[in-house]
Design a protein around this ligand. Structure first.
Ligand code: SF4
Length: 375
C-alpha cells in the first residue's frame, strides 16, 4: 500500500516513545558499512580481550539486515539513568568505600527497556494496515545490549548524539548517562537527519583521566585495560599492573563520563527502578566483602551485578581492600576468607594482604599505557 503515511507513523513513534518514558527516539537506516573497517581493525588488535562474542556472528554486528532479514530501519531509543543524587562520585575519594558504576546501582535495565520497545512495536503494528503488518518475513525485533548490534553508531546515525572521544554517545542537552535500545524494523520510515555535530573539540579530559590509560587514541578503547572490562567481563585474574589504579572501583568505572563537561547537562532519571538499592551508592568495601553468597544473591537480585557471580565479586572487593588504608579489621576479614572460595579469590586476597602489610605505601593512581600514542 503505497499511500500509507510513514511520516505520520514516524511522528507517532516518537510520541509513543516519550509516553513510554524514553527521553528520545531517532530513526536511521541499517547501513553501517562505514563502521565495518573500524570494527575489524579493533578486533584485529585484540582490544576486545576475552569478549570473543564481539568478533563472532560474522558481519551481523555491522549489517543489521543480516541479523534480522528484511531490516530497513533501526529505531534507536535513549533512556536516562543518572540517579538524582550525584554525590556518589565522592565515594571514589574515600578508600574505605566501594564504588559501583552508576548504571548498576539500581535494577537491571535490560528487561525494562526491552519490554518498552516491545510495547512500542505493538503500537506500531496496531497502526498498520493488514498488508503492512509483521509476518514471518517482516519482523520487528527489540534489542538491548543482548545481540550483535552496534548500538552506538546506530544511535549516532539516528541523531541521538555524537560519539565522544571516550567512545560513548554524548548528547548536547543530556550528556551521556543514558542507556540505549534498538527496534529493528522492515518499515521504510523517514530517516532522521539531525545528527549532532561532534562537540568534543580540543578537549581530552576523558582520555587523560582514565586510571588505566585504556584509550590508545581518541575514539578507541582498549577494553583489556578498561576497569569496566576488568571488573565485569574478565573471568580470570585481574592483571597486577591494573590493581592499584583500580582503587575502590569494584564494579565498572565512570571516570570518563564523570569528567566530561557535557554531563553538566545530564538530567536525573525519572525511573524509580534505576535508583540505588541496598545502599550500593555508599557502602563500605568491608561490609560488601562480608556478604555471604546467599546475601550476595539476595541483594543483587534483578541487578546487573549478579552476572559476575560471587567469586568475581569477592575478587574485585579484595582488590579494593588491598588499596584501602591498612587496618586490622580489613586484614582479619581478608584472612577469614582465605582458602574458602577457590584459587581466583585466594590469589587476590593474598595480593590484598601483601598490600595491607605495607602501611606506608603510596598507591599508584594512574598507569601509563606504553603503547598509547602521544596525545
Ligand atoms: S571529556 Fe571531552 S573529549 Fe571526552 S567525550 Fe567529553 S567532551 Fe569529548
Amino acid at each position: 500500500m503505497s499511500d500509507f503515511d510513514y511520516h505520520q507513523l514516524a511522528r507517532d513513534i516518537k510520541r509513543w516513545g516519550r509516553e513510554l518514558g524514553f527521553q528520545q527516539i531517532g530513526i536511521t537506516d541499517a547501513d553501517l558499512s562505514a563502521h565495518e573497517p573500524g570494527l575489524q581493525e579493533w578486533l584485529a588488535k585484540g582490544y576486545q580481550g576475552e569478549m570473543q562474542w564481539m568478533g563472532e556472528h560474522g558481519n551481523k554486528r555491522s549489517r543489521p539486515a543480516e541479523l534480522v532479514p528484511g531490516t530497513a530501519r533501526v529505531i534507536s531509543a535513549r533512556l536516562d539513568y543518572l540517579p538524582g543524587d550525584t554525590a556518589q562520585i565522592k565515594v571514589l575519594k574515600d578508600a574505605d568505600k566501594a564504588y559501583v558504576s552508576r548504571y548498576a546501582l539500581g535494577r537491571d535495565y535490560h528487561k525494562l527497556i526491552r519490554k518498552r520497545l516491545a510495547t512500542l512495536a505493538k503500537k506500531i503494528e496496531n497502526a498498520l494496515p493488514d498488508e503492512l503488518k509483521p509476518n514471518g518475513e517482516r519482523q520487528m525485533r527489540p534489542f538491548v545490549d543482548s545481540a550483535p548490534v552496534l548500538e552506538r553508531p546506530l544511535a549516532d546515525k539516528a541523531g541521538l548524539g555524537w560519539t565522544g572521544k571516550h567512545t560513548l554517545i554524548l548528547n548536547d542537552s543530556a550528556g551521556s548517562w543514558f542507556f540505549l535500545g534498538e527496534l529493528f524494523t522492515y518499515l521504510p520510515l523517514p530517516i532522521d537527519k539531525s545528527e549532532q555535530p561532534n562537540r568534543c573539540g580540543e578537549c581530552t579530559a576523558c582520555l587523560k583521566v582514565c586510571p588505566t590509560d585504556a584509550f590508545p587514541e581518541p575514539y578507541t578503547l582498549d577494553a583489556r585495560r578498561c576497569i569496566s572490562y576488568l571488573t565485569i567481563e574478565l573471568k580470570g585474574a585481574i592483571p597486577e599492573e591494573f590493581r592499584e589504579p583500580m582503587g575502590n572501583r569494584v564494579f565498572g568505572c565512570d571516570d570518563c563520563q564523570a569528567i566530561c563537561p557535557w554531563n553538566k547537562y545530564a538530567k536525573p532519571t525519572c525511573e524509580t527502578d534505576f535508583l540505588p538499592r541496598h545502599g550500593l551508592d555508599n557502602s563500605d568495601l568491608l561490609t560488601l566483602f562480608k556478604w555471604s553468597e546467599a546475601e550476595f544473591l539476595k541483594n543483587t537480585e534483578g541487578s546487573a551485578i549478579r552476572r559476575i557471580g560471587y567469586q568475581r565479586w569477592l575478587r574485585n572487593l579484595a582488590v579494593g581492600l588491598g588499596n584501602a588504608p591498612t587496618r586490622p579489621d580489613i586484614i582479619d576479614a581478608l584472612q577469614a576468607r582465605l582458602g574458602q572460595h577457590g584459587e581466583l579469590v585466594n590469589e587476590h586476597i593474598q595480593w590484598a594482604l601483601a598490600q595491607q602489610a605495607r602501611p606506608n605505601r603510596r598507591r599508584k593512581r594512574k598507569i601509563k599505557n606504553p603503547h598509547a600514542n602521544a596525545r
